[in-house]
Design a protein around this ligand. Sequence first.
Ligand code: ADP
Length: 485
Amino acid sequence: MRVLYVSTEVHPALKTGGLADVNAALPGALASRGIDVALLLPGFPALMEAATAGGAPVSLGAAFGCPLVNLMPCRLGDLPAWLIDAPALYGRTGNPYVGPDGQDWPDNARRFALLGWVAARFADGGIGDWRPDIVHSHDWHAGLAGAYLRARGGAGPGSVFTVHNLAYQGNFPATTFPDLALPPHFFSMHGLEFHGALSFMKAGLFYADRITTVSPTYAREIQSAEHGFGMEGLLRSRAGALSGILNGVDTSTWDPRRDPALPARFSADALEGKAVCRQALRAEFGLPQAGGPLFGVVSRLTAQKGLDLLLEALPAIAAIDGQGALLGTGERALEAAWQLAAASHPGRVAVRHGYDEALAHRIFGGADIIAVPSRFEPCGLTQMYGLLYGALPLVRRTGGLADTVHEAGRVGAATHTAADAPGNGFVFELPHVTDLSAAIARAGALWRSPTAWQAVRNAGMRAEFGWAHAAGHYADLYRQIRPEA
Ligand code: ADP
């Protein structure tokens, strides 16, 4: 089974969010199952630098306004990869999607059309004599792969499209359509047209043989108006082809027993290091000793993540003598609001803005609670990192958060969820400060029973979130599409 894995970012070379963590781990987990997987990525400078050289480049000629596109065979980490060398489109440092002004690059439609177009070129063979059985594309950036495969006609690879976040859709004005070199009839309701514009996300959803998303609950939620971002009708019509496969954790990067970023290492059986990490984190953030739990947040600052709600709930954290340490970057208004909160709650709230991978690890290591109050969350990785690092997750019951976190703070009969999963964190229903504050109060109550707290925490640290399980589900899906491969 040969799988071309098409995406845009890979940790540690290039990361803007959880997608990079997934791409660093899932392809390797697929390879461990005997699947012949190769990555296809745009030749962003950070990826070109991280790649180790392979064979001779394959010239694809001029495409999408780039005078010469070359395909560079290489290795990224342990895996074979192809980087699309198109300097006119990709030779820009920094964030792969937006310019230094924070705005989308104006030629993003052509930049990412090229990615899908190259993916479809593999179907013809002749690129390294490697013809995939499946083209597996991720998020809107790779969304046109299925459209180009369909336009090519004839028998070809099967296609899987994975939605990591439906909120980012790659929608462009209809006037962009001629740039894409697709047959005119593709610009229709039964194609990639979306309310008069064109949508890479819709193309991915419409043309793929199978659609997956990164948790079972999110697969259901995106069929509703609340979470479907206008795609819910299409998703409902494709429900038979849609499934949710929960992301895993790359334990070669996220393991408190071996994490070089931590001031001390620890495990569920040897927790002295956890106390060292907590102490060091307080010191680093200038927070004094306190009687309540230390809340940590590591997040993009966008409305999705619900961190405005957490600001409103600061009185509830103060009421249990808790403290908050936040690392986040994103919307200016949210950054300013957290800055203000830190200034007006000295010793209680401290913030760092920016992107800092090592500090993120230290927060998971030192925090008692990881807050993820997202309005929606396709999967979410930080709640799982929290669990493994002995920080109980406090989350809204949505998407992958609902699939991984179960209430532990209701004393008495309701300590188990309906599915009888043991409680491992704190879960609130509605994205309102009242519900969130009540969950914080439950966390405070459990904190006051150290033995109960430790039992919940230690069980969480022993949880299994490896990628093998997800890789098995993807392999089954590939086989359903191409049983003969
Ligand atoms: P999303 O992909 O929506 O941002 P996830 O929870 O799936 O959310 O993944 C977020 C990833 O990005 C995690 O690895 C998290 O540690 C990391 N991250 C988010 N914000 C920061 C930051 N400011 N500094 C360092 N790492 C961050």
